[in-house]
Design a protein around this ligand. Structure first.
Ligand SMILES: NC(=O)c1ccc[n+]([C@@H]2O[C@H](COP(=O)([O-])OP(=O)(O)OC[C@H]3O[C@@H](n4cnc5c(N)ncnc54)[C@H](O)[C@@H]3O)[C@@H](O)[C@H]2O)c1
Length: 254
């Protein structure tokens, strides 16, 4: 069955990786991103490869823009919502700009709530929907200098559990994928920022900070996330809801 999959932050990194994986599986992709040029070129890249895709620009924390999405998408009903858009800011709490703290919470916690509010009624009326949040290993553990990110990602788990209870009466599920580090533009920026913050080389940040807590000592790939999403949107995953799927190379087994 071909589903319409709406991926926020779909123009880059994990969002694009999941979009491409599910496009290859025959689903129609809506690449939604705050960067309109990047969204268009990501959708174009998918259609050039012979897959089905369209682009829409949206700031996930702008309530009016999010509420307008169903009419802007025309006839495309959203079956699968992937709440993926995210940003990072690395600073000790004493130096963390208040507006940055607010922005991270807005993008990674308020945004998923607004998008769920927007698409859930139609999913409910058609008795099918899958919501996949992209959390993080930082939904489960903390790292220094990431207070806003860690708070937003922990919050996402509570949000998913609550919506899972509220959607028990229909074939809608909501789950959160929690990867450890994935080599994307977001992480490339963090490597540089952490090197500066900790006075280390970028290679030291990768080996001594990022991969250090992972017994598998490897970055998680976007294909691993795509394949997990593929399972979660299947009919066989209809009773998996409110769950946290951790792809962490064994990080939290310690
Ligand atoms: N890369 C990792 O190691 C890693 C690990 C765990 C979780 N995550 C999470 O995965 C998600 C994607 O991260 P990534 O590494 O692919 O990042 P990325 O920087 O490559 O991509 C993020 C995308 O989100 C878009 N975006 C940012 N703010 C937006 C907004 N307000 N509205 C709409 N789109 C917006 C950006 O334009 C960009 O295209 C994030 O939620 C991140 O927290 C990443």
């Amino acid at each position: 069955m071909s589903l319409n999959v709406f991926v926020t932050g779909g123009a880059s990194g994990i969002g694009y990786g999941i979009a491409e994986y599910l496009a290859k599986d025959g689903h129609h992709i809506v690449v939604a991103d705050i960067n309109p040029t990047a969204a268009k070129s990501a959708a174009q890249q998918l259609t050039d490869a012979g897959y089905s895709a369209q682009a829409v620009d949206v700031d996930v924390c702008n309530a009016e823009q999010v509420a307008a999405l169903p009419s802007r998408l025309g006839g495309t009903k959203v079956d699968v919502l992937v709440n993926n858009a995210g940003v990072q800011h690395v600073a000790r709490i004493e130096d963390f700009p208040a507006e940055k703290w607010q922005q991270l919470i807005n993008i990674m916690l308020v945004g998923p709530a607004l998008l769920t509010q927007t698409f859930l009624p139609d999913m409910r009326s058609r008795n099918f929907g899958r919501i996949i949040n992209i959390g993080s290993i930082h939904s489960l553990v903390a790292s220094p200098f990431k207070s806003a990110y860690v708070a937003a990602k922990h919050g996402l788990l509570g949000f998913a559990k609550t919506v899972a209870l509220e959607t028990g009466d229909c074939n809608v599920t909501i789950n959160t994928l929690c990867p450890a580090y994935v080599k994307t533009p977001l992480v490339e920026k963090q490597i540089a920022a952490q090197a500066k913050e900790n006075n280390l080389t970028e290679e030291q940040v990768v080996n001594e900070i990022m991969l250090q807590p992972m017994p598998k000592k490897a970055f998680i790939s976007v294909e691993e996330l795509g394949a997990t999403a593929q399972f979660l949107i299947s009919e066989h995953a209809r009773n998996i809801t409110g769950q946290t799927m951790v792809l962490d190379g064994g990080w939290v087994a310690r």
